[in-house]
Every structure is written in structure tokens, then in C-alpha cells.
Design a protein around this ligand. Structure first.
Ligand code: G3I
Length: 402
């Protein structure tokens, strides 16, 4: 009799202990069947409908619980409120007059201390939309598991808001710029599912009302899936998981998949077209496809317009998300003139496709272009030069919008 009472107490003790999640453990969320209370010294903190986590009581992360019951992840397409259109003959004013939502640019936090740069960036007759080049990526926003940092992204949002500019979030899930706890983690499918849901849900929930590159660069150039930690662990389902978490976190957000080398007919464009068809057929939320458009002077694909039309025919919008057109240095008059024609042709392609909602350049000035750091001996890819003066390329942009 004594033995069975002791056994009962022991079982009760262990079941009570087991009923609590450890520090950093999951403690709630759609589909979660584990413990919903946390060990002493930690607090069960709501991140999004899919994920609550036991955080140290002293943790300063602020999260907002849902005001109503969790939303459907397959709800209506996102709707982002569009700022009033500026007038005049500058690039964004002309894009708006042509019926587009914006002409925008990437920017980065270190650039915001350059007052001459910021003066042009802040002029919404030039730019109606900003994309943070780095500060919303995973390594910047969740460098340690569950420890979110929004300061860099918040700074760019504040800059955009102050000047009536739209924001494009970039990005939730990408093989690059991942902290090692993600890229080197040996996760089970359940663990990585929850990690993606938490990351995308928290990010999209924090930055509500934006356009989002939810999935970035999922394919290799031959159209096969990129073998990263997400694909290797979850197969193609990681795309569904990220999109559904983003939709649940903010039903208003516009959800995109973004990639390069899908601007010309070929295996990679076909893979993306097939992915969109598949997502649509299964009711997975997808609103748009981003065509990055990192081009080379004289080599803008002639199939750009037709590819965009093939995407919009599937019921998604498209956007040109990272446009720049690089050349082998030194620049010459001939190269700069060809670059003007190339910019003009890219903008004209977007203008001609009603479902192409806007164009973003991957920073407006050569002063801050990523190109020379990546392609040795190449550069001058942007429409403003390194002294913040407009190049012929800028005239190509405005001529095409007009
Ligand atoms: O954060 C470190 C900083 O701590 C360090 O002092 C500094 C020294 O160089 O490096 C900093 O990290 C750099 C980071 O940009 C932030 O400046 C990385 O080295 C550098 O590789 C990184 O480059 C970014 C690149 O993505 C990474 O792949 C570019 O700025 C960014 O423009 C570029 O953007 C990508 C898009 O996200 C996706 N499509 C292609 C596009 C161009 O590569």
C-alpha cells in the first residue's frame, strides 16, 4: 500500500513537471498539444497564432496578443493602404500617374546618416516605397532563438512613414544571412516548422500593413529547389508554412515569393510558375511574385514582359523588386547610354503589364550599390552616380513612365 502511494506521488510529481515547458520552449499555438505553462522564472509569451514561447521573465520583447480569435491563414488577399500620389515629373510621381503603386528604392541603416543621400531618399516625388536591404533579414531580426531585434527595421519604417512611402519587408525565409543557430541546427520537422512560424509570424506581425518577400530565392538556376536547411528538413512544405504564418500574422500584408533569373524564359521561370500554380491550387496564400532584375548592361531579357504576363495570368501580381543594371568598369558614354535604354525597357515592360504594381531599384545610387563588392571590376549599376547626381539611366526611367 505504502509503495503504491509513493509511486502515485512520484507519477503526479513527474506529470506536473512535464506539464511545464522549459525556458525557450513552446507553450501554445495552433496545433500545439504540449504544455501551456512555463517553468518558474519564465513567462508564456504570445508571438502569433501559431506560437507562444517561454521567455525569461526579464525579457523585454513586447508582443501583442490577438484582439480576436486566430485568423484563417487562407483568408482574402492582402490589401495595403497606398499613400496619396505626388504630382510632377519625378520618377515616383510619373509611376503613380501611369497607374502603378510606387517607384521605390532599397536603402540601408548605415546610409541614413548621410544627409545628402537622405534628402533624395525622403523625396516621395522620387521614391514612393522603401525596402530595407539588410535590417529585416533573419540574422538581424532573430540573431538568437526567440530573441527578436527590430531596431534596424523600425528605423527604416520610421523613415518611410515620415515621408508617406510604402514599405516592402525583406525577407522572412532565405538561405542567406541566416544566424548559425538556424543554418547549423539539426531540427526535427516539428521544430523547424515551429521556428519558421514563429519567425515569420513575429516579423510580419510586428511590421503590419506591408508588402512582404516572405520566401526569397527558393530555386537554383536550373529550376531545382535550393538545398538549404529549410528544404533539406521540410521539403517544399516550408514555403506553405512561411506563407500561412505570414497570412495569419497579418491578413492585410501582401505576400510575395521573390527570386532572380526568373525574368527570362527557362527552367527557373518555369519552376516559379509551377510553384505559383501549385500554391494557388491548394489554397496556400500567395499574392505576388517579385522579379529581382539584377541585370547587365545590354543584356536585359527580351522575355521580361511576357514572363510577367505569364505570372499575372495565374492570378498573382508581380513587381520588379531589386532592379540594377551593372557594367564592366570603367563606364563610357556608350555604356551609360545603353544603360539608359535598358532602364527604359525594364520600366516599359512593367508599365505594359497591368498586374505589375511597381518597380524598386536596389539602392538608387552607386555610392551604396552592392555590385562592386560582389562582382569584381563591375559597378555603376544604379540611376544616380556615386556623387548623387542623376545618370542617363534616370532619364530612361522617367521617359518610360511618362
Ligand atoms: O553586418 C556586417 C557588419 O557587422 C560588418 O562590419 C560588415 C563588414 O563588411 O559586414 C556586414 O555585413 C554585410 C551586410 O551586407 C550588411 O552590410 C555583409 O558582409 C554583406 O555580404 C551584406 O551584403 C548584402 C547581401 O544582400 C548579402 O547577400 C547586401 O548589402 C544586400 O544589398 C544584398 O541584397 C540581396 C537581396 O537581399 C536578395 N537578392 C540579392 C541582393 C543582392 O545580393
Amino acid at each position: 500500500m505504502r509503495i503504491s502511494v509513493a509511486l502515485l506521488s512520484l507519477t503526479l510529481y513527474f506529470s506536473l513537471v512535464a506539464a511545464q515547458s522549459p525556458e525557450w520552449g513552446q507553450c501554445g499555438g495552433i496545433g500545439w498539444t504540449g504544455p501551456t505553462t512555463c517553468v518558474a522564472g519564465t513567462v508564456c509569451t504570445f508571438f502569433n497564432p501559431y506560437y507562444s514561447q517561454c521567455l525569461p521573465a526579464s525579457n523585454t520583447i513586447t508582443t501583442t496578443p490577438p484582439s480576436s480569435s486566430p485568423v484563417s491563414s487562407t483568408g482574402p488577399s492582402g490589401t495595403v493602404s497606398i499613400p496619396p500620389a505626388p504630382t510632377g515629373t519625378n520618377s515616383n510621381a510619373l509611376a503613380r500617374a501611369a497607374g502603378k503603386l510606387y517607384f521605390g528604392t532599397a536603402t540601408d541603416n548605415n546610409e541614413l546618416s548621410d544627409s545628402a543621400y537622405v534628402a533624395i531618399l525622403s523625396d516621395n516625388t522620387y521614391f514612393g516605397q522603401l525596402t530595407p536591404a539588410n535590417s529585416m533579414k533573419w540574422d538581424a531580426t532573430e540573431p538568437q532563438q526567440g530573441a527578436f531585434s527590430f531596431s534596424g527595421g523600425d528605423q527604416i519604417v520610421a523613415q518611410a512613414k515620415a515621408h508617406n512611402q510604402l514599405m516592402r519587408g525583406h525577407n522572412c525565409v532565405w538561405y542567406n544571412q541566416l544566424p548559425s543557430w538556424v543554418s547549423g541546427g539539426h531540427f526535427t520537422t516539428a521544430q523547424l516548422t515551429s521556428i519558421i512560424q514563429n519567425h515569420c509570424g513575429t516579423l510580419v506581425g510586428h511590421y503590419k500593413g506591408q508588402i512582404w518577400d516572405v520566401v526569397n530565392e527558393p530555386f537554383n538556376d536550373d529550376g531545382t529547389w535550393r538545398a538549404d536547411v529549410f528544404f533539406n528538413t521540410l521539403g517544399t512544405s516550408y514555403v506553405d508554412i512561411a506563407l500561412q504564418a505570414a497570412r495569419a500574422a497579418d491578413p492585410a500584408a501582401k505576400l510575395y515569393i521573390n527570386d532572380y533569373n526568373i525574368e527570362q524564359t527557362g527552367a527557373k521561370a518555369t519552376a516559379m510558375l509551377n510553384l505559383v500554380k501549385d500554391l494557388k491550387s491548394r489554397g496556400i496564400p500567395i499574392d505576388g511574385v517579385g522579379l529581382q532584375c539584377h541585370f547587365i548592361v545590354g543584356e536585359v531579357p527580351t522575355s521580361l514582359q511576357s514572363i510577367m504576363q505569364q505570372f499575372t495570368a495565374l492570378g498573382v501580381e508581380v513587381a520588379i523588386t531589386e532592379l540594377d543594371i551593372r557594367m564592366t568598369l570603367p563606364a563610357s558614354t556608350a555604356l551609360l547610354n545603353q544603360q539608359e535604354t535598358d532602364y527604359k525597357n525594364v520600366i516599359a515592360a512593367c508599365k505594359a503589364v497591368s498586374g505589375c504594381v511597381g518597380v524598386t531599384v536596389w539602392d538608387y545610387t552607386d555610392k551604396y550599390s552592392w555590385v562592386p563588392n560582389t562582382f569584381s571590376g563591375q559597378g555603376e549599376a544604379c540611376p544616380w552616380d556615386a556623387n548623387l547626381q542623376k545618370k542617363p539611366a534616370y532619364s530612361g526611367i522617367t521617359a518610360a513612365w511618362a
